[in-house]
Design a binder for this molecule. Structure first.
Ligand SMILES: Cc1ncc(COP(=O)(O)O)c(C=O)c1O
Length: 447
């Protein structure tokens, strides 16, 4: 039986939509396998955005379903408060300690990406309290940055239209700095000069705040919601150096970029740096069940003795949920067995190259860029001014790609692609062709 539009309208998320593009009933997703999804009405589509850049291993993996079923029957739930633990949680924490760079070794599990970021900021705060530096509390972030939809993460959100309604609830005065955005800001200089300029501004911002009041800097290695902005390699290294110099913690939000998305297990690896805290979600279970983590370096954990009798960050009911952790272990096993990180690097390069060749020189394409399987085309006005193309026009690409058999994510001035990491060369080419044809059609309409 088909889902009725009347029933769908009881979903809060459907009460208001920012750019309605098809009747609700057309957009009921019913089943999925690999990189493909089917709507309830039977339309087959290539999932060019892996849901929300989540389903890294692809849809319909039985191994994860079985791990979930087995763990649910064995132990569906027990808290990790009052010293309790469970095997999947402990094994996953140990696995993450091995997979993540450097001495990121202590995982605080949570449910969503937003919560992981809240926890990371809390862990940073407790670290400073434990280190005898109680005035360090501010968190500096990036314009365009997105760290979740909760009130706490909105305090460090760099997308003003999202946070405006909550301004009165926020801790005032958390500074936002501009990230290096080569396409818009490189000018006649080099990427390296741009990185240095933005790094100087970050340093000045921390100094202006007073380093003795700054707890942490939080940033995404690729600014995802803000427009798939890809700072040059070297940026994170520059941030790391400033944080070290001024005794400020660095939090890398790898909620999207983690677990192979950029062609490395974690995007920080491109820069060869180790943040003090790393947050992960999405790809940790490929979305089969929600889970996230804030992962801390040894030195942070060492600030709290093993025999401490006082709680620091207060855990939630679902912290280290055994079923979610079992799903994550099965998910990571698939990633390793199927070499999905290497596949993301290879397929990402193929998608980027194909798209650059197909549309790179079009009048309405300013830039095609990518890092692993995060690839996008930034669209500009057809008049040669370089101005961003009107977002209502860009949004038309969602429908144009849909009609051709793919789901993409067109927002602001950017059409984004982040398919499952298991994508094959033939599927990559199909996705690239669909996007190129959609952009071609849009350009034709603007003549
Ligand atoms: C970089 C980044 N951080 C945090 C979040 C928030 O994650 P969640 O929606 O699971 O709270 C997102 C969501 O898209 C994200 O892209």
């Amino acid at each position: 039986m088909a889902t009725s539009g009347d029933a769908i309208r009881h979903l809060w998320t459907h009460k208001t939509q920012d750019h309605p593009w098809l009747p609700d009933e057309e957009l009921v997703i019913d089943r999925a396998e690999g990189v493909w999804v089917w709507t309830e009405r039977g339309k087959k589509l290539l999932d060019g955005f892996a849901g929300l850049a989540v389903v890294n291993v692809g849809h319909g993996r039985r191994e994860i379903a079985e791990a979930i079923a087995e763990q649910t029957v064995r132990l569906a739930y027990y808290p990790t408060t009052r010293q309790f633990s469970n095997r999947p949680a402990a094994e996953l924490a140990a696995k993450l300690a091995a997979l993540t760079p450097g001495d990121l070794e202590y995982s605080f599990f949570a449910v969503s990406g937003a919560e992981a970021n809240e926890r990371a900021m809390q862990m940073a705060r407790h670290y400073w309290l434990a280190s005898g530096k109680p005035t360090k509390h501010k968190v500096i972030s990036l314009e365009g940055g997105y760290h979740g939809g909760t009130t706490g993460t909105f305090a460090v959100c760099g997308l003003p239209h999202l946070v405006a309604p909550y301004a009165d609830l926020h801790v005032p005065g958390f500074a936002k700095i501009t990230p290096p955005y080569p396409f818009r800001d490189r000018g006649r200089g080099t990427d390296e000069e741009l990185v240095q300029r933005r790094a100087r501004e970050l340093r000045q911002a921390i100094v202006a705040e007073g380093p003795e009041t700054v707890s942490a800097v939080i940033m995404e290695p690729v600014i995802s919601s803000g427009g798939f902005i890809m700072p040059p390699i070297g940026w994170l290294r520059a941030v790391r150096a400033i944080c070290d110099e001024l005794d400020v913690l660095m939090i890398a939000d790898e909620v999207i970029t983690g677990f192979g998305r950029t062609g490395r297990w974690f995007a920080c690896e491109h820069d060869g740096i180790v943040p003090d805290l790393m947050t992960v979600a999405k790809g940790i279970t490929s979305g089969y069940i929600p889970l996230s983590a804030a992962i801390a370096r040894r030195r942070l954990a060492d600030a709290f003795p093993d025999d401490a009798k006082q709680e620091n960050v207060h855990p939630g009911t679902y912290a280290a949920h055994p079923v979610a952790c079992a799903a994550a272990l099965a998910n990571i096993q698939i990633m390793e067995k199927d070499n999905l990180v290497a596949n993301a690097a290879a397929m990402g390069a193929r998608l980027l190259d194909g798209l650059q060749q197909a549309v790179g020189k079009k009048r309405i394409v300013g830039e095609v860029r990518g890092r692993g399987l995060m690839v996008c085309a930034e669209l500009v006005a057809p008049d040669g001014s370089g101005r961003p193309l009107d977002k209502e026009l860009v949004a038309k690409l969602d429908r144009k790609a849909w009609d051709r058999g793919a789901i993409v994510y067109a927002r602001g001035q950017v059409v984004r692609l982040a398919p499952p990491l298991c994508i094959t060369p033939a599927e990559v080419d199909q996705l690239g062709d669909i996007v190129a044809a959609s952009i071609g059609e849009l350009e034709g309409e603007l003549r």
